[in-house]
Design a protein around this ligand. Structure first.
Ligand SMILES: Cc1ncc(COP(=O)(O)O)c(C=O)c1O
Length: 353
């Protein structure tokens, strides 16, 4: 007999393909994190680490948690998610609670998602639940491996790919997809999209308005030496691009998808003969009251100029305002090689090997 539930999740984790320009091919996911969440749970089940009734515990800013919540509810696992006050809105919290999730919200006074406090909380919970399963999206290599399926879908759709553009949060999607694609196309250039005041590529941690991408700790799933160029995109150009995608293409994706689309369109304009593949992580519904709401946008300090900026090429890594967009030639180097003397900004995630 066919397991209908399994087929449904496979369909839900599959992106729709969209052509944003003659040489820009986008994989637009409803909920990208279903791909690694399903793979990680399947592997844990096969290895006997996850058995009936095992509690799953994870820290998440939203989409990985939602993916785990859907799967845990359908498969009957109890789930505790640790998130931060600045990352979760009431509607999303209600959806998670409807799925039976125990939600632990850490206070997060700095508004930077305080990943370290959340990881401490996960460790505290696991001391009380020693048999619990922690998917560890930040440093579990299975997060990245799950994207073999995306790489295959992209090759089937795009054929030869010259550039891969995607956001980085855990690093799983860009580095996983990029690793598999580079095995086929050794000259593939990988363009990482981050935001100002995220530590991922050597900026000091600080308050970030654009969420989902960026991080306040360094995940092991980010392989810096795969990356050719980094773009730091502020929240404002990402928000404007999200509306443009909806109005001009009918594509209703969230602001991290829009940030990646901005960078991909710029790469495609700069290299008209190249074929650019783009990863878009989630849909726009979660952002209806904010990113897609003119009244909310009008209250943002400095929200006035309707023009989308071009990226400013940096010679030294430094943060910029939410209205700006910067880029840096990373050239497949390690973090230590690039930031060198500035590396006291970096805090490795606990448990990172
Ligand atoms: C909306 C959104 N976009 C992009 C990303 C980045 O993906 P990854 O964690 O694979 O680097 C995330 C990660 O949580 C996300 O939630």
């Amino acid at each position: 007999m066919v397991a209908l539930g399994a087929d449904y999740f496979r369909a839900l984790e599959t992106p729709r393909m969209a052509r944003l320009a003659p040489n820009v091919f986008a994989a637009a996911f409803p909920l990208m994190k279903l791909m690694p969440a399903r793979y990680i749970l399947d592997r844990a089940c096969a290895d006997g680490v996850l058995t009936a009734g095992t509690r799953i515990v994870e820290t998440t800013s939203g989409t990985f948690g939602m993916a785990l919540a859907l799967l845990a509810a359908a498969r009957g696992y109890p789930l505790t998610l640790v998130t931060a006050a600045s990352l979760i809105d009431a509607t999303y919290a209600r959806r998670l609670q409807m799925l039976g999730v125990s939600l632990v919200v850490s206070p997060d006074e700095q508004g930077n998602g305080d990943q370290r406090a959340r990881l401490d909380e996960v460790n505290r919970i696991r001391r009380y639940e020693p048999g619990s399963f922690w998917p560890r999206q930040y440093d579990n290599p299975e997060n990245a491996i799950a994207y073999a399926r995306l790489a295959e879908l992209l090759v089937r759709t795009v054929s030869k790919i010259d550039y891969l553009v995607g956001c980085v949060g855990s690093g799983g999607s860009l580095c996983g997809t990029g690793t598999f694609l580079r095995a086929m196309f050794p000259d593939l250039a990988i363009i990482a999209v981050d935001t100002h005041r995220s530590v991922l590529f050597g900026q000091p941690a600080g308050k970030r308005l654009l969420r989902g991408l960026g991080n306040s700790v360094l995940p092991a799933n980010l392989q810096h030496d795969l990356v050719d160029e980094v773009h730091w995109i502020g929240a404002y150009p990402a928000f404007r691009e999200a509306s443009r995608l909806l109005r001009q293409h009918g594509i209703f994706q969230g602001p991290t998808s829009a940030a990646a689309a901005l960078a991909a369109r710029w790469v495609a304009r700069s290299h008209p003969d190249a074929r650019v593949a783009l990863i878009m992580a989630d849909e726009g519904y979660r952002y209806v009251d904010t990113v897609f709401n003119d009244a909310w946008l009008a209250k943002l300090p400095g929200w006035s100029s309707p023009t989308l900026p071009e990226p400013i090429l940096l010679s030294a890594i430094e943060p910029a305002s939410e209205a700006e967009w910067t880029r840096f030639a990373w050239e497949r180097r390690s973090l230590a090689e690039v930031v060198g003397a500035h590396s006291d900004n970096q805090e490795p995630a606990p448990g990172r090997s």
